[in-house]
Design a protein around this ligand. Structure first.
Ligand code: C5P
Length: 224
């Protein structure tokens, strides 16, 4: 990390996990804590960037010195990221976005039915926010995506990451393994950064703070 190497740059980071409401008291969510995204926002700030953090249901404290936009659902996150990304130098999509949301949100708390022993929920697809940015006009904005995979095999995880980078037209894709104990809530992370030719740009291990700086080292090299 070089002090001030992101000075004058505008960086947008999404972090956390979306919640998709079912009724006034329930939601479908995921186990993303927001730690890795927040570490990236803080590291970018420390390197001189002007940072907008689009924060979805963080489980950790909000970082100082960032412009914070709080959102909850995927659609809210899409609106905030799309707006903030206009004219940005870098967009890092670290948030875990729900692929589906309940087709309808009940006005009242959903009740158990005495005669039923199950309930079927109908879900509809959420927009892919990163793919939307990648496929739209985004001149001069470097797009960084994440892929959290549960596959045990490293080669398979890389393959999935390469396919995702291409499908979403991201400039960089950070791949890491998640599971019951690794990834989301942990303080440590291991990640591989994939570039536009599917090449491994770098492998990163360590605290989420050091992984954040490693990702930003690659970002800086692509900006210049
Ligand atoms: O397809 P998958 O969810 O694995 O892709 C992960 C990457 O895409 C992350 O960068 C995530 O923030 C982004 N994403 C998105 N909109 C979605 C789902 C994922 O921008 N609906």
């Amino acid at each position: 990390a070089v002090h001030g190497d992101l000075a004058g740059r505008r960086v947008v980071v999404s972090a956390g996990g979306t919640r998709e409401p079912l009724d006034p008291v329930r939601f479908l969510g995921n186990r993303s804590s927001g730690k890795q995204g927040i570490a990236i926002a803080e590291a970018a700030r420390a390197r001189g960037a002007q940072v907008t953090l689009v924060a979805a249901n963080l489980e950790v404290a909000e970082p100082a010195g960032c412009d914070i936009r709080r959102v909850s659902t995927a659609l809210e996150l899409q609106a905030a990221v799309t707006e903030a990304s206009r004219g940005a130098d870098v967009v890092v999509m670290a948030a875990a976005v729900a692929d589906y949301r309940p087709a309808t949100v009940s006005e009242a708390k959903i009740k158990k039915d005495q005669s039923d022993d199950g309930l079927t929920l109908e879900l509809v697809r959420n927009p892919d926010i990163l793919a939307g940015l990648g496929h739209g006009p985004h001149d001069g904005t470097l797009l960084v995506g994440f892929a959290a995979e549960t596959e045990p095999d490293d080669e398979r995880i890389l393959e999935l990451g390469r396919a995702k980078r291409e499908a979403k037209r991201a400039d960089l894709l950070v791949v890491n393994r998640v599971g019951w104990t690794e990834g989301f809530a942990a303080d440590e992370n291991s990640a591989v950064v994939i570039g536009v030719d599917g090449e491994i740009v770098t492998r990163l291990h360590g605290s989420k703070v050091s992984v954040a700086d490693g990702i930003l080292d690659v970002v800086v090299s692509k900006l210049n």
